[in-house]
Design a binder for this molecule. Structure first.
Ligand SMILES: [Zn+2]
Length: 378
């Protein structure tokens, strides 16, 4: 479990912040207190600037959560399981456990966030113009003005057509609507994402080197993050699409090697770990799965005890979520592994172990399938 600095439930959605979020908050607060606010309105006291910065980052946090919840509730209205909104160093993310299966759903869900930001920008602008906010209320008016501006910028930045930004999702949905496959649409939108990421990085480097402004470094980091997000989202989607029509049993490698629970640890080490140089093996008792044992479990047994101890005694029992039915889809297996952070699943038919499915095999399968499919497209 990763630590979160806060975690609250909003209508069934867990809103939480990673520790890296604090870094963003402090950076923004500092730049507002010593830069933006004094530049906009000189002559106020230091305490006033600090208080304004604190109010502004609270408002910014609220704005980003509202943007992400807007994606979340629209997605949930279409039946997509989205249970977490996570804040981190580069902003926020509504965590999709499944990608939309129709372009219309993707389009509406992607637009919901930027529309919320635009709406908030308008509301903050109206609030900043309320009578009474120019005299004694001036600092509050300035904070509201900043929140209006930042929400407008959030809407504009997110609408850049670069996957996985919202605008990139809109682009993908439109290409998909006009007859391309989801996979082709994802490929085009994520190439746009990588181009935009490269632009941010080059731009950031120029700002850093030519103007000597540290803000350039920030753009380099954001570009780097976007590029890896574009790549990993594409790889993930391609893998899922490739696995959707297969059953787990189709994906198993032939020749399942198991070790009988009654075998001695010494035999296990000699015949499985050393002779077949396997680092891990499922343990069975008359075909029934007992668990798994590997190098670590074997090494934990003192040398003199190895002839007398049984493998069944050192086997690690399967945890919840580690068993999957042989007839489940490959896509379901991949989601299970990602959800529980597992690198392998025991495949069972009834109570009989029929194989072990490795995460690496799923990815390798999808890559190989696409390699030959791509060769067929000219
Ligand atoms: Zn968004």
């Amino acid at each position: 479990m990763r630590p979160y600095i806060f975690s609250v439930k909003v209508y069934g959605v867990v809103v939480r912040a990673e520790p890296s979020w604090l870094f963003l908050v402090l950076l923004v607060a500092w730049s507002l207190a010593v830069g933006f606010f004094p530049d906009t309105e000189a002559g106020l006291s230091t305490q006033t600037y600090v208080l304004m910065a604190v109010l502004a980052v609270l408002g910014l946090t609220f704005s980003i959560i509202a943007h992400e919840l807007s994606h979340t509730f629209v997605g949930r209205a279409f039946g997509l399981p989205i249970n977490h909104v996570t804040l981190f160093i580069f902003g926020g993310a509504a965590e999709l456990e499944e990608e939309p299966d129709r372009p219309f759903v993707e389009l509406v869900m992607a637009l919901a966030g930027p529309l919320m930001s635009l709406l908030l920008s308008g509301v903050f602008a109206l609030a900043a113009d309320l009578p009474g906010l120019d005299g004694a209320g001036l600092p509050l008016g300035l904070v509201l003005g900043y929140l209006s501006l930042i929400n407008l910028l959030l809407a504009l930045f997110n609408m850049v057509p670069a996957f996985p930004l919202d605008g990139g999702r809109v682009l993908r949905a439109i290409i998909w609507m006009f007859g391309a496959s989801q996979r082709q649409a994802t490929r085009i939108a994520s190439i746009a994402g990588e181009v935009f990421a490269a632009f941010l990085m080059v731009n950031g480097l120029l700002v850093l080197l030519l103007a000597g402004a540290a803000a350039g470094l920030w753009w380099v980091l954001i570009g780097f993050f976007l590029r890896s997000a574009a790549r990993s989202s594409r790889l993930q989607l391609e893998t899922r699409l490739a696995l959707r029509d297969l059953r787990v049993t189709d994906l198993l490698r032939p020749g399942l090697e198991t070790i009988d629970a009654r075998a001695s640890v010494e035999t296990f080490i000699r015949e499985v770990l050393v002779l077949h140089h396997r680092d891990w093996c499922p343990v069975v008792d008359q075909g029934q799965l007992i668990g798994g044992a590997g190098v670590a479990e074997a090494q934990a047994v003192p040398v003199e005890d190895r002839p007398n101890r049984r493998v069944g005694e050192i086997a690690v029992k399967p945890e919840a979520g580690q068993l999957i039915n042989a007839h489940a889809s490959g896509d379901a297996a991949l989601r299970r592994m990602q959800h529980h952070h597992l690198d392998r699943l025991y495949v069972v038919d009834g109570t009989q172990l029929t194989g072990v499915l490795m995460a690496a095999d799923l990815v390798a399968y999808a890559r190989m399938k696409h390699r030959f499919e791509d060769a067929g497209i000219t």
